[in-house]
Design a protein around this ligand. Sequence first.
Ligand code: NDP
Length: 291
Amino acid sequence: MTTVIDGKAVAADLREKVAQAVAKIKEEHNVQPALAVVLVGEDPASQVYVRNKHTATEKSGMRSIEHKLPETTREEDVVALVRNLNEDPEVDGILVQLPLPKHISSDRVLNEIHPDKDVDGLTEVNAGRLMLGKDGLVPCTPQGSVILAKTVKENLSGLKAVVVGRSILVGKPLAMLLLAENCTVTMAHSRTKDLAAVCREADILCAAVGIPRLIKGDWVKKGAIVIDVGINRIEEDGKKRLVGDVDYGAAKDAAAAITPVPGGVGPMTIACLLRNTVLAAARRRGLGAVE
Ligand code: NDP
């Protein structure tokens, strides 16, 4: 029997743990952790993401601070805002919603965020810390992917992991996290030769590509754990649908466990963002360890 990994339930559990940590910090230190989100422009998908983050942050007991700037905002002004948030003692986490309008360099803006407030884990410092195996803030989607894999098998040590996709946001940090779990990691990408054969080697197969159902059922080794990060909007039989990068119906037969889309990795991203924010608050304010 294949286990369908319930990302919604795991995310709800994590959000509850965060809420408990927030309550403890409030009670013991009279501190309410705060997340500041910067949104530039009117991108409809980004507006939805920011709204969801706002609601989840408040539900966890943390303070949510929103800065919505017009599309025409100059890069210098976004940088100035980030610098102000860096200096603000009340702000624990800073998230700049991507994508930024084309005239603004996201690279420059992201690297202005103080690493200890970088709850998206996208600054060079946090990427470096992850690479070096040092404590830092880890990107949310890869973090959520590993948590889901570990709900199936607590100890991933020695397993062969294949990560398809090598983006800075997902693929690379996911590979680093799996390496930290003592997996033997292969990173595959658009130039990989015989991707099917590479995937068939995987005990843990992670897809973060952005191509609907790229990974076929017969690319999945019997008994593998399949983590599908992809979120693709397609039209099928006249209906709009969300599908992953894995051909779920076919892959499910071979896999021991698989994440569905929607309801798999997706809900973990915001839960891990909340986790990073409370972690950042505790570390930055010297409040001791939180789980
Ligand atoms: P990117 O477009 O940044 O990266 C895609 C990666 O896939 C690249 O490394 C690319 O390789 C690789 N790739 C492209 N085509 C192929 C191919 N034919 N075979 C093998 N590899 C290929 O995407 P992201 O990493 O940002 O996102 C990946 C997916 O995850 C998307 O569907 C996105 O919507 C989803 N996502 C989901 C999130 C969630 O919360 N669940 C959060 C973030 C993303 P190369 O480097 O060689 O070009």
